[in-house]
Write a protein that binds this ligand. Structure first.
Ligand code: TYM
Length: 345
């Protein structure tokens, strides 16, 4: 039985994606995008970064706004450092192979596996009977996004961990049922790393920073200008104690822990380094220092984002070229999979 990554002999590839719902925020950047760029610049890996518009329609959405939301997400990827000459940037819906493989995986995944998915429960809310079937099978499409490129590495934030475990379960089950001793699909490794893997809301240290939060003050958007960033950090919820000198002192202080984590993730330091510098100081001193770092780091990204978004034709050109390359890689994988499951053509 070949179920271990070591058995898999294909090329090392990276895939990740984001939903084009609303504006990207600091959590998306520190949890995912920053690592996308690091993997791209690693040099040895072929990277595929998609905008998952098919996932976006699992919830109510505005069809007129979706194309521009896809362009905005692509522009944010590029502004954050994803280079279209090094990485493949594309819209998921432009590569039909994702949907084709998702159907086959719908027949591999078990109902019980999906019933355990916490994101479905969160998104569907109390009235899950009214949720779309697409929302329920969302993680299966996510597995298809990854495995249609036979991706070996997936850089994401911590909230995606359960979905990536499901992806491994699907790959293992497919390999077991159809592999005839061979690992057809890799057991993908999630790349979840650094203090940015779970950025929390600025208004509530127990909720993750999210595009769906009704309060814009809960998040820093990648497009926020310097004033907005400074104002949101100033208003961020904290406690009255000074910062501790050791990480253990953050354990019962979620808001303090989050701000220290953001500082660490932005500067490439550890939380321990940050506390060595700021331990004993109050938020009156720490917040302005954090605002300075955030502005310094994000200003070039938001400037570049604004420049790119004003040139729709250029973004469309990048997305078309990306989709063409993505199709060339994904189509043979789907053909192989269709043959393996016994389809007629
Ligand atoms: P999405 O669009 O919700 O989020 C995009 C990426 O941002 C990360 N992220 C965070 N990281 C740290 N702190 C936060 N507060 C925070 N909020 C979001 C997410 O972990 C994610 O990496 N299901 C995925 C999209 C997807 C996908 C894929 C990802 C579809 N297919 C295939 C990887 C591979 C999602 O909804 O991400």
């Amino acid at each position: 039985m070949s179920e271990t990554p070591a058995d898999y002999k294909g090329p090392q590839r990276v895939l990740s994606g984001m939903q084009p719902t609303g504006r990207l925020h600091l959590g998306n950047y520190l949890g995912a995008l920053k690592n996308w760029v690091a993997l791209q610049d690693n040099g040895d890996l072929d990277c595929f970064y998609c905008v998952v518009d098919m996932h976006a329609i699992t919830m109510p959405h505005d069809p007129r706004a979706l194309p521009d939301a896809v362009r905005a997400a692509a522009a944010a990827y590029i502004a954050a450092g994803v280079d279209p000459d090094k990485s493949t940037i594309f819209a998921q819906s432009a590569v039909p192979a994702h949907a084709e493989l998702a159907w086959i995986f719908n027949c591999v995944a078990r109902l019980g596996w999906l019933e355990r998915m916490t994101q479905f429960k969160d998104k569907a809310g109390k009235d899950s009977e009214r949720a779309s079937v697409g929302l329920f099978t969302y993680p299966v499409l996510q597995a298809a996004d990854i495995l249609v490129y036979k991706a070996t590495h997936v850089p994401v934030g911590e909230d995606q961990k359960q979905h990536l475990e499901l992806c491994r379960d699907i790959a293992a089950r497919f390999n077991r049922d159809y592999g005839d001793g061979e690992a057809i699909f890799p057991l993908t490794d999630p790349v979840i790393q650094g203090p940015g893997a779970r950025i929390m809301s600025l208004r509530d240290g127990s909720a993750k920073m999210s595009k769906s939060d009704v309060s814009d003050n809960s998040r820093i958007n990648l497009e926020d200008d310097a004033d907005a960033i400074a104002r949101k950090i100033k208003k961020a919820k904290t406690d009255p104690e000074p910062l501790p000198s050791e990480e253990a002192g953050l354990e019962t202080r979620p808001e303090a822990s989050n701000l220290v984590g953001i500082y660490a993730a932005l500067t490439g330091k550890t939380k321990a380094d940050v506390l060595a510098e700021f331990g004993g100081q109050g938020f009156g001193a720490f917040k302005p220092a954090l605002a300075d770092v955030a502005v310094e780091y994000l200003a070039p990204i938001s400037d570049e984002f604004r420049r790119l978004i004003s040139d729709k034709a250029e973004i469309d050109r990048i997305l078309s070229k990306g989709a063409e390359h993505a199709r060339a890689v994904a189509d043979p994988v789907v053909s192989e999979t269709k043959r393996i499951v016994g389809f007629w053509h």
